[in-house]
Design a protein around this ligand. Sequence first.
Ligand code: SF4
Length: 342
Amino acid sequence: MTPVLEIRDLSVDYGQGEGAVHAVSSVNLVLNRGEVLGLAGESGSGKSTLAYAMTRLLPPPGLITGGEVLHHGRDKPEPVDVLGLTPKQLRSFRWNDIAIVFQGAMNSLNPVSTVAAQLEDIYRAHRPEMSRAQRTKRSAELLRLVGISADRLGSYPHQLSGGMRQRVMIAMALALDPEIIIMDEPTTALDVVMQRQILEQMMRLREELGFSVLFITHDISLLVEFSDRIAIMYAGRIVEQAASEDMYRASSHPYSKGLLGSFPALHGPRRPLTGIPGSPPDMRTVPSGCPFHPRCPSAFDVCEREIPVLEKLSGANGDSSRSVACWLNTPSLSGHPGVGAT
Ligand code: SF4
C-alpha cells in the first residue's frame, strides 16, 4: 500500500493562550492510494476539524498549532506539505488533487446558479484552455456518471431532490479527477434508501476511477460496510485504528465497542443496542488522563491520571495493523491480559 496523504502529529486549537480549546491533538493518520478510510466518532470528537485542517479550510478562530500534512502526488517525486503551500498552490491542490463532498448540498450549492453554471465554473477556473462546448460536454458526462440525466444541467438546486443535489456535489468533486475525495457526513441529511444508493454509487466510481476516500461519519455501521480501514476519534485523538472487518468483529478500545453497540448490526442476528453512558466531554474542560475514563466501563486507577498513547497491537497472526490507545493493553498496569489478546 502506498500512501497518498499522510497526517503527522497534527494539532488544532480554537482560540489562543490559556483558554485555547485543543480540538485535535497530535493526530497521525495515513490514507493509502485507492482505499476508503473511515473516520468515526461522536459530534465534537474533532473529525470534521481534522478534515478542514488538512485541506486548509479551517475558519478562524481555528489554528493549526503543529504537524504536517504530506501529499504524495501521483506525478511528484517528493511529498509536499499541504500546510506550507502558497495560496496559488493551494488553489490548485484543492479540486485538482483533493475535493470535498460536504454534508448539506443545499448549503454548498449556489441557489441562484444552474447546475451547468456551477460545474462549468470549475473548468473556467482550473482549465481555462477548455472551450465552452468542451465544458458543457464534460459537465453532461459528469452528471451521467453520478446517475443524473444530462437534461438536468439547466436545473437550479431547488428544482432537484435532496439525493440529486448530493449527487451534483459528488459530480463537482469528480470534475478534475482528484486523487483524494473527503466525504464529510455526505448522506446524513438523506433517507436510508437514498443514503445507500449514493454510497454504493460512490464506491463503484471509486473502483472505476481509482481515487482514495476519507469518509467521515458518526455512523460506524456505514463504515464497517463501505471502508477498508476505520479510525475512531474521541476528544480530538485517534483512539483506535483497524481494518474494518477487525473493527467489526473484535474492536479493542472500550469507546469503539460502545460506538459499535450503538448501531444495529447490518448482518447476523439481532442484538440489543447498548449505547455509551454519559456525553462527549466539553472540550474546554477535557477530563484528565484518558478523556474517556468518566464513561468507560473498564476504567481503573491509572486511567484518570495518564493519557494512553496509540500503540500497535499484534494480532493472533502476528500482524500489527491495529493501533489502540488504552491502558488495558499494558498488562503490567491493568492486570488484564490486554484487549488485543483473544
Ligand atoms: Fe477505559 Fe482506561 Fe482504556 Fe481509557 S485507558 S478506554 S478509561 S480502560
